[in-house]
Design a protein around this ligand. Structure first.
Ligand code: NAD
Length: 361
């Protein structure tokens, strides 16, 4: 069977990681027809937008996409293409496994956490009111009129919506995953002590949902405490479910616990479409240097293979990657101790080593 997949190389380090990933996925024996679509900072000039409609059309047609990272200008410029993709395609679950592989220099062994991050709303939804704009001043006046809270007129405002609909979708996804994958526990993360009407709602819904899954242990943690608990002993956690912004932040924290962003894959999944992409960004300083670790994107490809039902190919690729990491000879700089990085190999060489392992399996 041949799979038609939308392939978005992205920008920054995206194209070189995508090329390495495609080589490895094709070596698994699965037949792909890549529908290559350009998005990101490099197509702005040509297309007038970093997310041409043709990209979304391609994903709607093919249902599945593999994507490299895409730059979002900080504090100015265009809004996040990544957020736009997730929202336009209703990809409400962001699934990010953080698993420790033998050979990576880390403090904790046996970390195996899967993050379920709500992808559609929260402070991350991009509902913003700019400093000094008429609508911002009107909103400030309305807020004082409606609930008595004074906001200074020299403020910018970002809105944090948390709905029953979207919370239940991510909660359902997390518990269903736990059941199907023999996981023991789901931890809901929030700041419900302070944000009672948003995080409080999320927590309430999580506790209600947990009642439907008596075989899964359920607990909750306030997000600041959760950060401390994670760095003290991450092995106590299993499946973590949380609103969008905390999910974004804790994804990087958990990636750090298992060796860094170079080994942290991800998937954005909705009822109709799925887009697989690493947790990390476009790391522009490494663009075109054949230096960045392609493994996070390759592991996103492994998640995609499993999503397609290609379990044997997925296991073949993941096993070869684990062996290459454990051997430690053909790994990128980030998987080596600081004093031993001179012997790191490049992005393309990592792919070659993995392919050789697969061929000798
Ligand atoms: P980043 O993830 O790009 O990089 C942070 C640091 O992590 C890098 O400097 C590098 O040291 C390390 N790193 C990241 N990926 C690596 C890899 N594959 N191999 C080795 N080391 C790696 O985060 P940032 O610098 O905060 O963001 C850069 C841009 O990426 C921003 O424009 C941001 O908005 C965007 N971004 C995009 C996505 C996405 O496409 N889904 C996700 C996060 C950030």
């Amino acid at each position: 069977m041949s799979y038609k997949i939308t392939l978005i190389p992205g920008d920054g380090i995206g194209p070189e990681l995508t090329e390495a990933t495609v080589r490895v996925l094709e070596a698994s024996g699965v037949d792909f027809q890549w529908d290559v679509q350009q998005a990101g900072i490099d197509v702005m000039a040509e297309c007038g937008t970093p997310l041409p409609e043709t990209v979304l059309e391609s994903i709607r047609r093919n249902k599945v996409a593999l994507k490299g990272p895409i730059t979002t200008p900080v504090g100015k410029g265009f809004r996040s293409v990544n957020v736009a993709l997730r929202k336009s395609l209703n990809l409400y679950s962001c699934v990010r496994p953080c698993k420790s592989y033998d050979g990576v220099p880390v403090t904790f062994r046996n970390v195996d956490i899967v993050i379920f991050r709500e992808n559609m709303e929260d402070l991350y939804a991009g509902i913003e009111f700019e400093l000094g704009k008429a609508e911002t001043l009107e909103l400030i006046t309305d807020i004082e009129r409606l609930n008595g809270n004074k906001i200074l007129f020299d403020s910018g405002i970002t809105i944090k919506p948390i709905s029953i609909t979207n919370s239940n979708k991510i909660l359902r996804a997390a518990f269903e995953y736990a059941v199907k994958n023999n996981r023991r526990k789901v931890t809901a993360v929030h700041k419900a002590n302070i944000m009672k009407y948003t995080d409080g709602l999320f927590l309430h819904l999580a506790a209600e949902m947990a009642l439907q899954y008596p075989q899964i242990e359920f607990e909750d943690r306030i997000v600041d405490n959760m950060c401390m608990q994670l760095v003290k002993d991450p092995t106590q956690f299993d499946v973590i479910v949380l609103p969008n912004l905390y999910g974004d932040i804790l994804s990087d924290l958990c990636a750090g616990l298992v060796g860094g962003l170079g080994v942290a894959p991800g998937a954005n999944i909705g009822d109709e479409y799925a887009v697989f992409e690493p947790t990390h960004g476009s790391a522009p300083k490494y663009k075109g240097m054949n230096k960045a670790n392609p493994m996070a994107q390759m592991l996103s490809g492994v998640m995609m293979l499993r999503h397609l039902g290609e379990y044997e190919a997925a296991n073949l690729v993941e096993k070869a990657m684990a062996e290459v990491i454990a051997e430690g000879k053909y790994v990128s700089y980030d998987l080596l101790p600081l004093n031993d990085r001179a012997r790191a190999v490049g992005t393309a060489e990592v792919a070659t080593a993995i392919i050789e392992r697969m061929q000798n399996a």
